[in-house]
Design a protein around this ligand. Structure first.
Ligand SMILES: [Zn+2]
Length: 341
């Protein structure tokens, strides 16, 4: 396997002229050290079932398929590079998948389902489902390590203020939301969603999640699930909620934005939350500009997409694609849980 090489759209076009090429390329990205059986993780006794010279093989129904199929000598099951991944069972040409993945990995603002629908000649439903499945793969794995060292924590609010909505919707929301004292997101006048982002200063990795509110108890829980508190020094703004967990941390430093303080120095270290401000402004620009409207229910998946791109921003596009392919296994997303229908 070649070392990281930057890949352009033109190179991708040349590389995946046929669906069979797309399978081969995905194998290369996903299995840099050779194929792995998704059923039993066997790596040695695997047999390629397609004819060695031709690209397609006859399926049981007699039609020709360009899908590259392997058979496992250990568990006797067949598989391809998409088995058990977010692409599993998709009828969309694998070439389209790779192009959309490439675009979502390479463009800073992301790609909207509408664009995918038009560019790749898909139905609105297929295009939307496809982008959601790729976002699912971009989610950090459940086994991601706890953050430690210096971690920047910041919160932001996404969504519209009620005065910008129509009267009927405003009335309905006001009726269902009780007044929450001190809250900037709940209660009459507000319809915003709180997002907490944590940025590991050493690795540059970001993890964002939707939180119900930004009280001390909620922040304590959300940060405790992602960081090893005893070895973490948190950099925050002056928000009171962070003070609750300060005694459990290795350290807590804050900058006072209200006094227009954005960075200060302490023992030669720069204390700032600017990285988080930068992340949030990119996120909001994209949600407004590319995606226009993202409902609260799907917001976590969009956050996963932006986290993925931010966390891998130092990698080139092909390395980022390879990283994504390493994450596509063992997670599937079916239409039903996605829409609740
Ligand atoms: Zn097997």
């Amino acid at each position: 396997m070649a070392r990281t090489e930057q890949i352009s759209v033109m190179q991708l076009v040349d590389r995946i002229r046929t669906t069979s090429d797309a399978y081969a390329y995905m194998e290369q990205l996903r299995w840099p050290n050779g194929p792995v059986c998704p059923h039993c993780h066997e790596t040695a006794r695997l047999y390629f079932l397609n004819p060695a010279n031709g690209t397609s093989r006859k399926t049981r129904t007699g039609s020709m398929s360009q899908r590259r199929v392997w058979k496992c000598g250990a568990c006797r099951k067949q598989f391809s590079v998409t088995t058990g991944t977010v692409f599993h069972g998709s009828k969309i040409d694998l070439r389209k998948w790779l192009f959309v993945i490439f675009e979502m990995c390479a463009s800073k603002n992301g790609v909207s389902a509408r664009e995918v629908e038009r560019k790749y000649d898909l139905t609105p439903k297929s295009a939307w489902f496809m982008t959601q499945r790729i976002r699912e793969a971009m989610k950090a794995g459940p086994l991601a390590e706890m953050m430690t060292g210096v971690v920047i924590a910041d919160e932001t609010y996404i969504g519209g203020r009620l005065p910008e909505m129509n009267k009927k919707r405003r009335k309905a929301l006001n009726a269902q939301q009780p007044m929450v004292p001190g809250s900037r997101t709940a209660g009459p006048g507000w319809n915003k969603t709180s997002v907490l982002s944590l940025i590991d200063q050493d690795t540059g990795e970001v993890r964002s999640r939707v939180v119900p509110d930004v009280t001390g108890a909620t922040l304590r829980k959300a940060i405790g699930e992602q960081c090893d508190l005893a070895t973490t020094t948190l950099y925050t703004d002056e928000h009171k909620g962070y003070k609750t967990l300060a005694p459990e941390l290795a350290g807590h430093e804050s900058v006072n934005h209200k006094d227009e303080q954005y960075a200060r120095y302490r023992n030669g270290e720069v204390i700032t939350t600017n990285a988080a401000e930068g992340y949030f402004s990119q996120l909001k620009r994209s949600l407004d500009g590319t995606h226009h409207h993202v409902s609260v229910r799907h917001l976590p998946r969009y956050l996963a997409e932006f986290d993925f791109r931010y966390s891998t921003r130092k990698l080139d596009d092909s390395a980022r694609m390879r990283r994504l392919m390493g994450q596509v296994g063992d997670r599937r997303l079916t239409y039903r849980p996605l829409t609740g229908r």
